[in-house]
Design a protein around this ligand. Sequence first.
Ligand code: UGA
Length: 451
Amino acid sequence: HLNHPANVAVIGRGYVGLGTAGLLAHIGHTVTGIDIDEEKIAMLRQGHVPIHEPGLDDLLASQVERLTWTTDYSAVRDADVIFICVGTPPGLDGTPDLQYVVSAAASIARHLNSHSQIIVNKSTVPIGTGDYVQRLLEDHTPSFDPSRHFVVSNPEFLREGTALGDSLYPDRIVLGGQPQALDLMTQLYAPLIDQSFTAPTVAPRPEWFTRPAVVKTSLQSAEMIKYAANAFLALKISFANEISGLCERVGADIEEVAAGIGMDQRIGQRFLQAGLGWGGSCFGKDTQGLISAGREHQYDMPILQAAIDVNYRQRRVVIDKLLRHLKTVKGKRVSILGMAFKPNTDDLRDAPTHDLIVQLNRLGASVTAHDPIAMNRAAREWSHLSYTPAATVEEAFERADAIILATEWDEYINLDWNTLLATTRRPLVIDARNIIRRPINAQVEQVGRDA
Ligand code: UGA
């Protein structure tokens, strides 16, 4: 039986760690957030959230009484449930680097007590990591008792930019491990499963939402569900992109085609948006992670490899469209709108705009780039690229030979396009996310359709 409220420790302060800490506090538990980064913990204590995620600062601020931050792992001793939410960045060969998971497990091991405790893996980890964490705990904890210390896999399906809504109103809660531990986890999530919490104003409950399904599986299946879900979504996007190229050649319109096939319930509307392909920290890493897992077992995964190839080809397709109009971009001013890998985040990991700038640098273009919030981060993380940051959208348009729309921020969708286009040298827009839906005073190139 699990105490209510439960005492929960959450290790990690990225999207998943902060989101999980905020969510568990919001549904009534007492949460201690742990991270070894003293600077970040000091920020959190002062009420500053170190990442950009809409509504997260308000949610965390509303839970100050139930939520404390520390760099001290001894907080694990009193926890009924300990969540590992640390990063698993891609290593040099593309496989996830588990060093943070290993060091978190070792630190947890030093502080496990003799009561029943559940160690939950929420980080996206290679299949088999749950077993590995269990072995690490056994090796490092003299009093480890498999009838009281349980390892559970509870993968996270939140998206950056919509993390709060995704965590409060999930389609399903996936729990993998020993049945007794999964029963305790079901008790932990009871308010979420029954939706018996007050919806925060920063993330109101959608009208269509009822309650999440609870999926109980083995450790390995839960770990595989996470990878397979991301791989399937990545595949859907690449499928739409592959079809979009043929649409252009035969005179079909990918937007009509995607809507038409998506109405088949078996296919579904979402994640069929053609454009510049996926970016971010998850789809590239997880598709590659599955291929690496296959390789370890001498098992090819040609579908996933094709999804990856199509995705990165799409970044060249956009430059080809530009070249078709300009012939050469040498010395020409090409302005890119959008740097983050998608709207509502300042995350630049695997952002398509990065590769667009690399290609344009190689072709000798003079690149200007704008983003509503990712510019500061880009100044730090993209210092190896040659581009001029545009302080305003107006600045990006001025004297441009071409505009590439790379991230579909609302701010761009609602631009006064014609006024801005009048300030360009040549009104040419490569709308790589198909956002322009009415005629504007420019030559417009979209993906998989005639503008
Ligand atoms: C993704 C998954 O959607 C989450 O369910 C998962 O929890 C998360 O990875 C993770 O593993 O942590 P995220 O990477 O935050 O979430 O972002 P998405 O909204 O899935 O978008 C990923 C990329 O796909 C973006 O670059 C977006 O522009 C692109 N995309 C998305 C398309 O090109 N077309 C679409 O139809 C949808």
